[in-house]
Design a protein around this ligand. Structure first.
Ligand code: PLP
Length: 388
């Protein structure tokens, strides 16, 4: 960590997520898989789709995997499978990507916003209890919880599951950021009744476009989801037994994912090694992320908390000048979003989410991140915070 400020500004900027480095490792296998799909020409529900689904089932230790068009549709399909709509309350964390709440609102059900824990950034079980009470007071029927595994760390499914069981709620994991993570000896996919994920390119397991999936051990639920993703089909394509969607995963994307899944366990290890190195490089100037006992993150993001009162925008600008990109995930909690602020929430508010939104900063994280690049990130952050 001895790079001068001047030298740093002369180096080429670092990528935030380095998909080019991944292409250099496994691009030729992926391109060959795409070419095979183009060759057989079964672009919709070709053989790679079912093959990927059974590989993901084995990887996650679940019985059923239903792929779909994206992670938002995965949430919508679960709501449709459980027949959730107007008058129903679905509990969502305040600190998440908007899609978690959007899926609920899109089905004309009511997203009820829950605060998060300030250490894990994930949904807080005590706040969930209060939010259930509020939903009932407003005459809504509490039905479902969308727990989000923010930045790659699984939520506390034991604590959330206890509240869900007490109130008869279906517990769903929005694992768009945590595919491949673990908690309590189980892999994400097996931690809730339904688990949804996304294969958007920037997610830990990303394809070359949009993609998503739902994992479950419930055979009846899986059968309904399969019907829903193909226009509510019955015995065949032209018998439609329910109102569905067109939400299939493209065969080409399944082929890409089959190749990427082979490299994924090694990538998860590399992400954890990079996170460990960041912990050592950054913990003297910022609050580094904490992972719960018995949990393993996949580090969709490495997100630090800047010191209280630090001017985040000027820190970001100074880092950018030194070629170090940063992103704020997320600047506005759901309960403060213009499109969502009229929805109910924990009657005590969501103060942890509000505070996190002002202090979080995500730094470059991907499986090809090397020690030199991380030293440069650390040096930039120290200089930008005036601690260099
Ligand atoms: C990315 C993301 C989604 C949506 O996934 P898409 O594939 O982009 O639709 C949903 N929830 C969370 C928490 C996400 O990060």
């Amino acid at each position: 960590m001895a790079l001068s400020n001047r030298l740093m500004t002369e180096l080429p900027p670092l990528p935030f997520i380095d998909l080019k480095a991944q292409r250099a490792r496994i691009g030729h296998q992926i391109d060959a898989a795409i070419a095979r799909t183009v060759g057989h020409g079964q672009f919709i529900m070709g053989p790679e789709v079912a093959e990927l689904e059974s590989q993901i089932a084995a990887f996650c230790g679940v019985d059923h995997v239903v792929t779909c068009a994206n992670g938002t549709d995965a949430l919508i399909l679960v709501l449709m499978a459980e027949d959730i709509g107007p008058g129903d309350a679905v509990f969502v964390p305040s600190f998440t990507f908007v899609a978690t709440a959007e899926a609920v609102a899109a089905r004309r059900a009511t997203p009820v916003v829950v605060d998060v824990d300030h250490c894990s950034f994930n949904m807080d079980a005590a706040s969930l209890s209060r939010a259930v009470g509020e939903a009932k007071r407003q005459g809504l029927t509490p039905r479902m919880v969308f727990a989000v595994d923010l930045f790659g760390q699984p939520a506390d499914y034991d604590a959330l599951g206890a509240v869900a069981a007490e109130h008869g709620l279906v517990l769903v994991a929005d694992a768009a950021q945590s595919f491949g993570a673990e908690r309590g000896g189980r892999t994400v996919g097996a931690l809730a009744r339904y688990t949804t994920t996304s294969f958007f390119p920037a997610k830990p397991l990303g394809c070359y476009g949009d993609g998503g999936a739902i994992m479950t051990n419930d055979p009846a639920g899986a059968a309904v989801l399969k019907s829903l993703r193909t226009h509510g089909q019955g015995r065949d394509k032209y018998e439609n037994v329910r109102i569905g969607l067109n939400s299939r995963l493209d065969t080409i994307q399944a082929a890409v994912l089959i190749e990427k899944l082979k490299a994924f366990p090694g990538e998860i290890d590399a992400r954890n090694e990079a996170a460990f190195r960041y912990d050592g490089l950054l913990s003297d100037v910022v609050e580094t992320p904490r992972v719960a006992n018995g949990a393993r993150s996949v580090w969709a993001q490495y997100t630090v908390l800047l010191p209280q009162g630090a001017d985040r925008e000027s820190v970001r600008t100074r880092c950018q000048e030194m070629g170090v990109p940063t992103v704020v995930y997320y600047p506005i909690p759901i309960d403060a979003q213009p499109g969502y602020r009229d929805y109910p929430r924990d009657p005590d508010g969501c103060p942890n989410a509000a505070l996190l939104a002002t202090r979080v900063l995500s730094v470059p994280m991907h499986p090809d991140l090397d020690q030199d690049s991380q030293s440069r990130v650390a040096e930039a952050l120290h200089l930008a915070l005036g601690a260099g």
